[in-house]
Design a protein around this ligand. Structure first.
Ligand SMILES: [Mg+2]
Length: 304
């Protein structure tokens, strides 16, 4: 595990975007203690830590309090839903925040439409898959390791539908083609495939970076961390990126010159990645790093 050994210079406008499951949160236990030191350092420096996740808004609300991230925006459902605290709202563009102090910006497609088209394509092509909305609660609990209450919140979707795929690669391609005709596509997460509209994590990250620049009059230095294929668009939409070692064996290779691959997984890899980019002075002007182990060797001492 790495920790900020000396006081890093976190001056200048910065935004940190992070995936949750398998990144800031442990894939199995949902623990984030290895990241606590960096989270409090970023909080002290006034750097917004912005969760960008496949989770729902309902799931995120309690987690934002637990992580002490109530003053920062969030991106839910892989980019379909953006939540803005008052300080991130534009007086002329948003209505008054709701009772929880948040304005919700839907960037995606209505969930009713998505669910309807999933059923249509399943019947038409004879596919085998199970949307989360059709999974009994106890089955969802067993599959995800979430508590009953957490699983209930996970099913409160607004702009994307997770599904468990139980069919062939060929059928998956046919399914993709069908959904594309509806303006929908599939994104692979850690446990589920997610059917969504054209929104993705990258689009939401760009939207928030532009909003920050519009409100503050300065372009922020952006860093993103993620472990899954559904993080690729986000990792490509920022200045600096970290692919956190995954537990799923899926390839995550964003087109991003400023890329670091962590040795550790989960929140320990998260802290290692933040430490790499922001823990030892400014790396902004460094030559592009390639996504290979050799490049990590060059900077391997950061996790010592
Ligand atoms: Mg993840």
């Amino acid at each position: 595990m790495s920790s900020p050994s000396s006081r890093p210079d976190l001056s200048g406008a910065r935004l940190l975007f992070t995936d949750l499951d398998g990144s800031l949160l442990d894939h199995e236990t949902y623990d984030w203690s290895p990241a606590v030191e960096w989270l409090s350092r970023l909080h002290e420096a006034g750097v917004p830590v912005i969760p960008v996740t496949s989770k729902t808004r309902s799931e995120l609300l309690a987690l934002r309090h637990a992580l002490d991230l109530t003053e920062t925006p969030f991106v839910a459902e892989n980019g379909a839903v953006v939540g803005l605290p008052a300080a991130w709202c534009h007086a002329r563009l948003e209505r008054m925040p709701g009772p929880d102090g948040l304005v919700i910006k839907p960037l995606g497609v209505d969930i009713g439409f998505i669910r309807q088209r999933l059923v249509v394509w399943r019947e038409r092509l004879g596919l085998r898959f199970t949307p989360m909305s059709e999974m009994p609660l106890d089955e969802l609990v067993a599959f995800t390791g979430l508590s009953d209450e957490e699983a209930r919140l996970a099913r409160m979707r607004e702009g994307s539908e997770p599904l468990v795929w139980d069919d062939s690669e060929a059928q998956l391609e046919a399914f993709r083609e069908g959904l594309a005709g509806d303006g929908l596509h599939l994104v692979r997460g850690g446990r589920f495939w997610h059917a969504t509209g054209e929104s993705d994590k990258g689009q939401a990250v760009r939207w928030l970076s532009e909003r920050f620049a519009a409100l503050r009059g300065v372009r922020p230095l952006t860093l993103a961390l993620g472990d899954g294929p559904n993080d690729i668009a986000m990792l490509e939409a920022v200045d600096q990126a970290v692919v956190i070692r995954g537990c799923h064996g899926l390839e995550v290779s964003p087109n991003q010159p400023a890329l670091y691959r962590s040795r550790e997984s989960g929140p320990a890899g998260w802290a290692e990645g933040v430490d790499h980019w922001w823990g030892r002075g400014e790396r902004r002007c460094e030559p592009a790093l390639m996504a290979s182990d050799n490049d990590n060797d060059r900077v391997g001492s950061v996790s010592a």
